[in-house]
Design a protein around this ligand. Structure first.
Ligand SMILES: [Zn+2]
Ligand SMILES: [Zn+2]
Length: 241
């Protein structure tokens, strides 16, 4: 998987974040990368998996506000552990390792060329102060560097908190997040934005961010996340609208 990027190998001669052994390439050993659960094939807009039986692509009947989305992995063991460690144990070295992983996957997948700024989903300032870093920004930084794109964490900001959301359903999350973010028109007008976050769950956070970017004049928003959470009941219909 990590055959391409000598740039990454030069930048980070480090230990694999899962087993601790020295690792080349993007700083992960091949055996550990093989443990990571790949995202299922699915809708290129909302990432809902295609129905296993038919293989027919799902359609976005009520599409999310962004134009495209991409995730290399499904949210599950051991990524859930690493992502939790990064966020709740405030482990910035894990964030860096996950950023290298996302970057290597993106480059390997030869993703469609996006020219615009790379914008991390912002944290509310209070949460940022508690955590010490924004994990989305740590994921976005190596991606922007590797692609030669502008990293612009100032382009989008939280204007109010959404509260703790992990226990809430999609509708309630959306209600709380409506208008929670604002984008700078000066920074995003006419741009094709790469919006980066760690996990796409209900899509309400990325949706609020995309709405703010588009309202400020962004041309398109492509969502890039490390992992997509797939509900066990996923039946091939789009469930992030
Ligand atoms: Zn390893
Ligand atoms: Zn869809």
């Amino acid at each position: 998987m990590f055959t391409v990027d000598s740039w990454l190998a030069r930048a980070w001669p480090v230990e694999c974040p899962l087993c601790g052994l020295p690792a080349g390439g993007a700083g992960w050993c091949a055996a550990c990368v093989a443990l990571l659960p790949p995202a299922p094939a699915g809708c290129s807009r909302c990432l809902a998996p295609w129905p296993a039986a038919s293989g027919v692509p799902a359609h976005c009947d009520a599409p999310p506000p962004w134009q495209r989305a991409w995730a290399p992995y499904r949210y599950g063991w051991p990524l859930d552990r690493l992502i939790g460690e990064m966020k709740f144990a405030r482990r910035v070295t894990t964030a860096a390792a996950l950023g290298r992983l996302l970057t290597a996957c993106y480059v390997d997948a030869a993703r469609p060329e996006v020219r615009g700024p790379v914008i991390p989903v912002p944290l509310h300032p209070a949460r940022l102060a508690r955590r010490g870093f924004n994990q989305a920004q740590e994921l976005a930084r190596p991606l922007a560097t590797c692609l030669g794109l502008r990293l612009d964490p100032q382009a989008l900001r939280r204007v109010r908190g959404g509260g703790a959301q992990s226990a809430l359903g999609g509708a309630e999350r959306r209600r709380r997040l409506a208008g929670a973010m604002a984008a700078s028109a000066q920074r995003v007008v006419g741009e094709d934005v790469l919006l980066v976050d760690d996990v796409l769950t209900t899509g309400s956070t990325a949706g609020a961010a995309a709405e703010a970017l588009l309202a400020a004049g962004a041309r398109t928003v492509s969502v890039v996340v490390l992992a997509v959470a797939i509900s066990p009941a996923a039946d091939g219909t789009c469930n992030r609208a």
